[in-house]
Design a protein. Structure first.
Lengths: 361, 361
DNA sequence: CTGAAAGCGCTAACAC
DNA sequence: GTGTTAGCGCTTTCAG
């Protein structure tokens, strides 16, 4: 027993029959083609509504169109920063009738490109990438040349002329150091890991630059991946002749570990050692002392990136319904977002500020 | 100028030509059909490798197959709990050659179903849902009946016989209350929001049950969405004749707000008031006092859910390559995961425990 | 075991 | 403005 109206999804042909028109007319209505008489369009629209017709993506794809889908690649979805970006991206995508394919590259540059290619073969309309690659990859460039809009965010794509939205990591780090110096600190250590990553690298450069400006000796410790690493490092610097009086943590995780290690050893912040961290987080203001941080705005970052991507996608669509080479002549946009120094209590006495309200991202 | 080898992706036809066989043979090889002579298969495989052939999903879809893609719907991707789940899901999916379509329902039950339907129309192989719906939706049931494997996790899908993985929220809450009682607390308040959500509701029930067991009067305050709400509530309970001596926070966010409000008012934890929170988090062990929590295991939750989904998907595939009704006869699996009470310092003196190491999820 | 033909639902190109 | 035809790449059916 075959059901007709039940169960099976209606096709364009059935709509045409109901609306008493040809299939092409229906197709034109669906795709907002201008050359359809208003009355005809209304008839078709009615039939579509009546049958609950929905376009079959697969068929469109087969004709060489792009899917109403974008791809998002981030290093780690369980990192609240990227998770927030992902949330924002899919939210905006949804508002534009795009579904979002999400992948965590787990910091594997090769995996990242492979997934990008996979997404491209799925005919996504565009790609949003927080790259984990330092080198840049010819394969990505090929995807781009083939007409796929690619937007890099948080980190630029090396060797690729793409739209990008990044953060002023260097300036943010300089602000942090400057703030510590203003508090009279001279021996400022800088700690973290992932120095090969663009963002961290920039922060280190900002730190070094500012230190050298002040004729202070930079003291960078990298590769501090685990809490134990940090514990060992803290033990080591505290045992030194002239231990640092302040620490600049290069990212959220390091901030937390340093906090933890210092708390364990009962070192008082900021009296015995001051601490400033890159990346603000929910509890920065709850812990005591409240942590002074350099805040980024992940929501804004994602929003801008999506905005650029949508622009590119629209650019392609307006040229023609079918595949076109990306308008690569249009020079890539480079957006740089500022950081914000949120002064709390971990770098020195700020009694008035002690209840600073957390900012809203 | 048309390029042949360059640029264009090879089709099954070209593979057939190169391998000197018919297209069907190639198709059979791709789909691991048994009835292909080993020597023929090898020829075809060679041709595939030589051309770098990849199956065209769109064409397969058009023939009524499911996409190598699953859908994941969570309430909020920027919530670290769900973000961790999402990370795990896509990780496992990737290992099984499945891409992951991710959507945040933003706690909108209708949006959730609409997105589920959209995913279904995209022919996803399965759906993973953390539902925000209390009622259950006929439309979801229809999707399931139509043969789409659906697995609920964190919260069961009302009115739907589906596989599900949930957490022992009730028992976890009971543990929390019991722990407070063991510390001599009698006036224990319970605070949070989202009580209409299954998980929170269960926790409240656990709290109430345990309180009533001990002939203690439950004191539940809900709707505490913002820090200001919590501040007001704290002011209110502290002004009462017999203020509570302990607070059970129903979720992470509430824990943080309570912590923040108490810190602002300089209330000492646990001396003046004890605090225990549902959901462990990164900094539970860094803040002072270290927060005693009821921990869930989001990674395990997601892993189990994926495992059930993959089982269902395999079930369908093994029946036949094309669409089949779900094996609904196979009774749905119900997995219940335990919580873990992590005792730290926010409920009373535990000097020995003060440096409890954070557990690994 | 293998191949030829039909057609999934849609749209580009061309007729009218 | 509108309809007809062909065919995207694949798999299903049915013959060899």
């Amino acid at each position: 027993m075959k059901r007709r109206d039940e169960d099976r999804v209606p096709t364009i042909r059935e709509v045409a029959k109901v609306a008493q028109v040809g299939v092409m007319t229906v197709s034109r209505v669906i795709n907002n083609h201008p050359s359809v008489k208003a009355t005809t369009r209304k008839k078709v629209l009615a039939a579509i509504a009546a049958l609950g017709y929905q376009q079959n993506e697969a068929a469109r794809l087969l004709k060489g169109h792009r899917a109403r889908m974008i791809g998002l690649i981030v290093p780690d979805l369980s990192d609240i920063f990227f998770a927030t970006c992902a949330h924002t991206v899919q939210h905006i995508a949804r508002a534009h009738d795009l579904m979002t394919l999400v992948v965590a590259s787990e910091r594997d540059a090769d995996l990242e490109v492979k997934q990008a290619e996979l997404m491209a073969s799925r005919m996504v309309s565009g790609l949003l990438i927080v790259t984990s690659s330092k080198e840049g990859d010819e394969r990505l460039r090929r995807l781009q040349v083939s007409g796929l809009p690619i937007v890099a965010f948080d980190r630029p794509l090396a060797g690729l002329e793409s739209d990008s939205v990044i953060v002023e990591n260097r300036a943010g780090a300089e602000d942090a150091v400057e703030h510590l110096i203003a508090h009279g600190h001279k021996r400022i250590a800088c700690a973290g890991y992932d120095q090969e990553v663009y963002t961290i690298n920039e922060r280190i450069r900002g730190y070094k630059y500012r230190m050298q400006m002040e004729k202070l000796k930079p003291q960078v410790c990298l590769g501090l991946l685990t809490l134990d690493d940090v514990r060992r490092w803290i033990n080591q610097i505290l045992a030194a002749k002239n231990p640092p009086t302040a620490i600049f943590a290069l990212n959220h995780r390091t901030s937390v570990y340093v906090l933890e290690a210092l708390t364990e050893r009962n070192i008082k912040i900021p009296n015995q050692i001051a601490l400033i961290g890159f990346d603000d987080f929910d509890l920065s203001n709850v812990i005591r002392p409240a942590l002074t941080t350099v805040a980024q705005a992940p929501v804004e970052l994602a929003r801008r990136a999506m905005s650029l991507l949508l622009q590119r996608i629209r650019g392609l669509e307006s040229q023609d319904g079918s595949l076109k080479k990306a308008d690569q002549d249009q020079t890539p946009a480079k957006i740089v977002l500022p950081t914000r120094l949120i002064i709390r209590d971990s770098c020195g006495a700020h009694p008035i500020r002690s209840h600073t309200r957390k900012h809203q991202d």
